[in-house]
Design a protein around this ligand. Structure first.
Ligand SMILES: Cc1cc2nc3c(=O)[nH]c(=O)nc-3n(C[C@H](O)[C@H](O)[C@H](O)COP(=O)(O)OP(=O)(O)OC[C@H]3O[C@@H](n4cnc5c(N)ncnc54)[C@H](O)[C@@H]3O)c2cc1C
Length: 510
């Protein structure tokens, strides 16, 4: 059963490392430290993946965009980490995603040539990172007919063809975080949700149990602040200014037959694009905006109507079907951290992460990407090992598969429920066996979609509680699954989540 639990009851008085924040960065740090043989407590004020990590575009970037600005080192690092995720640590949670740049009248000949040479450079990055062509096929020019076969809704007038390239896509960002947390907990990390750090120094952290209100102080040889855009609340030496990125959620039947993601040019601009991203669960995301978000950092950032209107207009210009506000079934926003440097300048940390040791001794790791979380964690743990003189082995995570990971041919041969394999890899059988044991229900009932158009199963919800630390309906619908991204779907799914919670409570005598 889970070592991911809510609250602070039963904590040890001392750990080698305390990690604050259970987004992709904090869970990555917990896994890295644990796998080096250190004792670890990792806490979040809310839940796994409560912050920015669940509001991303869910891409595993190869770093092409950084090449354009000459940042070869960052681009290479991204490509290497993409390869590690897709081929070693998380093949079950990632897949190759085709990306179509339609060559319409708004993409000039010079722009098309530049884009094409960019994709060739992106393929060189892939080769430089030793990621195979089986994992990510090579980019190519396609005809207008093929472009329309992949994206039937595109405006055909003036379409000269398209450029098709490939990058990585996550099954889901919060699922990646949950899987990293479960892997760390499996190695012995103490992972606590609903445990807010009120105060931290390099050697102790005061925590408040967000369920009971009780406070407790734990000591540590090192403390890592991985609180994302909230990192400055814990450490006065870290000053962040966020900017907001918004996505829309559409139903797949709004853009019927879409089999590729599409880069839609922003009309009137030669360098700005909006991505149309089909998702595994029957929705399509449209993003991304970049708006300053000054003022206090909210728990859950909200998109604005002008951002929604902008995204709708760009997609309507690329597709034959004019999108309406009523086509938008959900919208979400995430915050990127900008580091406020002492000289009054800002630095965009969404490119390169930063590891900072403050005067209090807390080590803050902030910025970067989901794609590079492993490298960020390695850098942060290297820093604390060095500064706190911890007796730890070298980083092992480059070759440490996350729970359920296996090479793609092995995953393809599994005979378990395909949806469970997609989300849990080789742990699919464990998910079903756990749900059987806990509920006594038949496989048919455990694997049936929980409602019309909602492919999520009761088996997943039960496992979310028993092995992934979900404590209530919100954890289940908004983070262990992403049903909550569409309001009406969420309403439909609440009874199934409540049922799963009741079944597990009954089985554990609660
Ligand atoms: C709009 C957008 C799209 C993106 N798309 C991509 C993409 O497609 N691919 C990619 O690789 N990257 C992408 N990124 C980048 C990526 O999402 C982030 O870099 C990453 O998720 C940041 O994770 P984090 O763990 O550092 O922060 P967070 O996920 O925000 O985690 C911080 C955690 O700290 C907790 N916390 C805060 N204060 C406290 C406290 N006092 N005590 C305890 N816990 C606390 C919060 O509850 C939260 O869970 C995107 C970013 C944005 C904004």
């Amino acid at each position: 059963m889970s070592r991911i639990t809510p609250g602070t009851a039963g904590l040890d008085p001392a750990y080698d490392v305390v990690v604050i924040g259970l987004g992709v960065t904090g869970t990555g740090v917990a896994l890295d430290a644990m796998s080096r043989g250190l004792s670890v407590l990792a806490v979040d004020a809310h839940d796994l993946a409560f912050g920015t990590s669940r509001w991303s575009s869910k891409l595993v970037h190869g770093g092409l965009r950084y090449l354009a600005s000459g940042q070869v080192g960052i681009a290479h690092e991204s490509a290497v980490e993409r390869g590690i995720l897709m081929e070693t640590t998380a093949p079950h949670l990632t897949h190759a995603m085709p990306i179509l740049l339609p060559l319409t009248s708004s993409v000039g000949v010079v722009q098309a040539l530049l884009a094409r040479s960019g994709f060739v450079a992106g393929d060189l990055l892939r080769r430089g990172a030793r990621t195979t062509r089986e994992t990510l096929p090579r980019p190519r020019r396609i005809s207008a007919t093929e472009a329309l076969a992949l994206a039937p809704g595109l405006r055909s007038a003036g379409l000269r063809g398209g450029l098709l390239s490939w990058d990585g896509q996550l099954e889901d960002d919060a699922r990646l975080v949950t899987t990293i947390a479960r892997t760390a907990a499996g190695l012995g990390a103490d992972v606590r949700t609903r445990a807010r750090a009120l105060r931290a120094t390099g050697t102790d952290v005061t925590l408040r149990d967000e369920i009971t209100g009780a406070t407790v102080c734990v000591t540590a040889r090192a403390v890592v602040n991985a609180a994302g855009v909230w990192a400055g609340d814990l450490d006065a030496d870290v000053a962040l200014r966020p900017s907001r990125g918004t996505h829309l959620v559409l139903r797949q039947n709004t853009l019927p037959g879409l089999r590729t993601s599409v880069t839609a040019p922003v009309p009137g601009s030669t360098s700005r694009f909006v991505m149309v991203l089909p998702q595994p669960d029957g929705t399509v995301y449209v993003g991304l905006t970049d708006e300053p978000a000054d003022g206090p950092v909210p728990d859950v950032p909200l998109p604005t109507e002008p951002e929604i209107g902008f995204l709708l207009d760009v997609v309507s210009a690329a597709f034959a079907h004019d999108l309406r506000r009523s086509d938008v079934v959900g919208a979400f926003a995430g915050l990127r951290p900008l580091l406020d440097a002492a000289d009054g300048q800002t630095a965009d940390l969404s490119r390169k992460h930063a590891v900072l040791t403050s005067r209090s001794g807390v080590v803050t790791v902030v910025g970067g990407k989901l794609t590079t979380y492993r490298r960020m964690a390695e850098d942060a743990v290297d820093r604390v090992v060095e500064e706190s003189l911890l007796d730890a082995g070298p980083c092992r995570t480059r070759a440490l598969p996350l729970s359920g990971a296996a090479p793609r041919p092995v995953l393809a041969r599994l005979e378990d429920d395909p949806r469970l394999v997609r989300r849990f890899g080789t742990d699919a059988a464990l998910v079903l066996a756990t749900a059987r044991d806990v509920t006594g229900l038949s496989d048919d009932e455990l694997l049936a979609p929980i409602a019309d158009h909602l492919p999520t199963t009761l088996a997943e919800l039960v496992f979310g509680i028993t092995h992934e630390g979900a404590a209530d309906v919100d954890d289940l619908l908004d983070r262990r699954t992403r049903i909550g991204l569409v309001g009406p779907d969420r309403t439909l799914a609440v009874p199934a989540a409540e049922r799963a919670l009741a079944l597990v409570a009954a089985a554990s005598g609660g």
